[in-house]
Design a protein. Sequence first.
Length: 82
Amino acid sequence: MQDFPTQLPWRRFVCVLHRLGYVPQKAGRGSVRVFFNATREPHTVSFREPHPGDTMGPAILRKSVRKLMLKPDEFMELLTGC
C-alpha cells in the first residue's frame, strides 16, 4: 500500500469526492466548497479550498478523510487514478 500523502493538490481531492458520488453544490462566496451525495453518509460535506496555492496540507487532509468516514487505506485506493 502507498504511504498516506503529506500534501495533496485540491483537484485530486475533488476527484476522490467525485469517485464517492459527491457532486458540487452552487458555490457561495469565500473558499468553502459544499458537496452532496444522497446515497452516502454524510450526505453533505463542506471543505475549505486551499489558498493561496492549491495544496492541502497533512493535518487538513487527515481531518477531511475522517469527515468522509474513510480509513486512510480506503482513501488511498480511491486516490489511485485521480
